[in-house]
Ligand binder design. Structure first.
Ligand code: MF3
Ligand code: CO
Ligand code: CO
Length: 255
């Protein structure tokens, strides 16, 4: 399948789906506290998406994923399955929300510190967020995917952090994961040039230690092989005439 250019009507639906995904993160933020379980956060998000938004939580049953959101704690890189273990003071957690509304997907994730978190934890959350912003700022027609990957890799590695290679951003629309693959590493000037009307995610996973990951026996949970801390942020982006629109922008953000 080739990369689709979304029509004006499709873009309007992507805006709605993106806004709803962002609103789930805004809704859940005040509940991310010591003592809450990721299962409880999942339940709250599920009910909000289904009952308030009249939307569909895309992860649920996606290739057999058992829950409605992903919650990835500390050394979990991505695809953590919500469970009955309470979060504790000092944990860092990524909450990844994907909703389907009117047939279209909006996909976004954010890091949260649970209570007071260490300087090291705050640093990896900040660097990973800077990587996302550096990628987003390059989005415009004729930028190449490799330019985005390069900028992210360069920022992470210049601060002695590493980029996970096994998972990447992706085109998004009617499909959860559409072409192209948006790598978070690469060479300037390489890869596909962006075109107005493309929609895709950027979602860098940045590790404190080595870049290598390991899949747990549950066949979903991805951890850092050396069990060092890792952090990820994600937005769904539209390529506009002369730049980008962040479809999953939260009200605390300015682009
Ligand atoms: N939301 C994830 C992404 O950013 C994908 C989660 S797939 C799931 O692409 F099955 F684990 F939910
Ligand atoms: Co995604
Ligand atoms: Co996601």
């Amino acid at each position: 399948m080739t990369v689709q250019i979304k029509t004006a009507e499709e873009i309007e639906k992507m805006r709605v789906a993106g806004r709803l995904a962002a609103e789930v993160l805004e809704m859940i933020a005040p509940f991310v506290l010591p003592g809450v379980t990721t299962g409880e956060l999942n339940q709250r998000c599920h009910e909000y998406i289904v009952n308030e938004q009249q939307a569909i939580p895309a992860p649920l049953n996606y290739h057999g994923f058992p829950k409605s959101i992903c919650t990835s704690v500390n050394h979990v890189v991505c695809h953590g399955i919500p469970n009955n273990k309470p979060l504790k003071e000092g944990d860092i957690v990524n909450i990844d929300i994907t909703v389907i509304k009117d047939g279209y997907h909006g996909d976004t994730s954010q890091m949260f510190g649970v209570g007071e978190v260490s300087e090291k934890a705050r640093r990896i959350m900040r660097i990973s967020h800077e990587c996302l912003l550096k990628g987003i700022k390059l989005v415009k027609p004729d930028t190449r995917l490799g330019d985005i990957g390069f900028a992210i890799q360069h920022h992470a590695e210049s601060l002695k952090c590493t980029v996970v290679r096994e998972y990447c951003g992706h085109g998004i629309g009617i499909g959860f994961h559409e072409p192209p693959q948006v790598l978070h590493y690469g060479k300037r000037g390489s890869g596909m040039p962006l075109e107005k009307g493309m929609t895709f995610t950027i979602e860098p996973m940045i590790n404190v230690g080595k870049r290598h990951v390991k899949l747990l026996d549950d066949e979903w949970t991805v951890i850092t092989k050396d069990r060092t801390l890792t952090a990820q942020w994600e937005h769904t982006i539209l390529v506009t005439d002369d730049g980008f629109e962040v479809l999953t922008k939260r009200s605390d953000e300015n682009f």
